[in-house]
Design a protein around this ligand. Structure first.
Ligand code: UDP
Length: 342
């Protein structure tokens, strides 16, 4: 039987590179498309090294419809996983037109070209940001979406709506939106991981860079929230586990196991962890010190959110497997690899 091929847009990025490894290990062929605007070609080379496969790579911006069309003409993939997007919440507030332009245009091109070329299955990278500050924990897929608080969040909601409406109009196509909680950690090989440019905005890269001595002190944004220790609560999901959820989503559509042609799944662990717990755990499992201080709340942060992942567990046959200890160790191994720390 011919191998199924998946186009991974944003395959040089953090989640895209990990997903490419898992797809290859599950027996798929992959084509990577990335404009390298926020990623390095080195990640593609590392993925090739880990898998032993010379994965085709096209440096193309998904917003450039004509260039992207050539990729559709050149390769016979049946499915697309669309990661390529701008992802910094704060930056999106400063540069809304950049975010609406990039994130909406690239996704419209993905679904538009898929329809034009008769390609069937699409996975969209959504986010728990669509729930805003939820009234009840944990959140299920039925939990109402709240109005987005940033252009970034708005692009996630709008792309979900674009997908829903498109799949209603074109019932021969199928799509799955995966709502990620907080992806952290790195591949067990320590050859790929998160590669923030400049000062990290996310918690774990800031923690690892502080432990490595690149940053002086981690600021914990708020210790006066109505939570047990006063810091915010999130559902931290291992990036390799998250990558496997994409393989399960593709397998569901390819194997015709989907119940509707548009489905949504929460991808989280079901476990809420506070910022202080996470930092303490990181120090404990890695035997390193993370200099930190309590700082004022960060504008726009929600207090607490964690997933009810039972729909993904039952329907996708996917479950988060790595423990928080393992994930935090992998994050540190990756930082040490980057900095040449023994
Ligand atoms: N956070 C923090 N210090 C930092 C970065 C993040 O205390 O330098 C906190 C942030 O306030 C939030 C949690 O860590 O409660 C996760 O933040 P992140 O930016 O990683 O993800 P978000 O949940 O905002 O998407």
């Amino acid at each position: 039987m011919k191998k199924q091929c998946v186009l991974v847009s944003g395959g040089a990025g953090y989640i895209g590179s990990h997903t490419t490894v898992e797809l290859i290990e599950a027996g798929y062929d992959v084509v990577i498309v990335d404009n390298l605007s926020n990623s390095e070609i080195g990640a593609v080379e590392s993925v090739r090294r880990i898998t032993g496969v010379d994965i085709p790579f096209e440096q193309v911006d998904c917003c450039d419809r004509e260039a992207f069309r050539k990729v559709f003409e050149k390769y016979e993939f049946d499915s697309v996983i669309h990661f390529a997007a701008s992802k910094a919440v704060g930056e999106s507030v400063q540069k809304p037109l950049l975010y609406y332009g990039n994130n909406l245009t690239s996704f419209m091109n993905v679904v538009g070209l898929m329809h034009e070329f008769g390609r069937q299955n699409v996975v969209f990278s959504s986010s728990c940001t669509v729930y805003g500050e939820p009234d009840k924990q944990p959140v299920t897929e039925q939990t109402p979406r709240k109005p987005a608080t940033s252009p970034y969040g708005n692009t996630k909601q709008t792309c979900e709506d674009i997908l829903r409406d498109t799949l209603k109009a074109y019932p021969e196509m199928k799509g799955i939106a995966l709502r990620y909680f907080n992806p952290i950690g790195a591949h067990p090989s320590a050859q790929i991981g998160e590669l923030p440019r400049g000062v990290p905005q996310n918690l774990v890269p800031y923690v690892t860079q502080t432990a490595a001595g690149l940053r002086e002190c981690l600021s914990i944004f708020g210790d006066d929230y109505p939570t047990p220790d006063g810091s915010c609560i999130r559902d931290y999901i291992d990036v390799t586990d998250l990558a496997k959820a994409h393989v399960a989503a593709i397998g569901r559509m390819v194997g015709d196991k989907n119940k509707e042609n548009y489905e949504i799944f929460n991808i989280g662990t079901g476990r809420g962890v506070s910022v202080l717990e996470l930092v303490n755990k990181f120090e404990e499992v890695n035997g390193v010190k993370v200099n930190h201080k309590i700082a004022p709340r960060r504008e726009g942060d929600i207090i607490a959110i964690w997933a009810d992942p039972s729909l993904a567990n039952n329907e996708l046959g996917w479950k988060a497997e790595r423990t928080l200890d393992e994930t935090l160790k992998s994050a540190w191994e990756w930082e040490k690899h980057l900095r040449g720390i023994k």
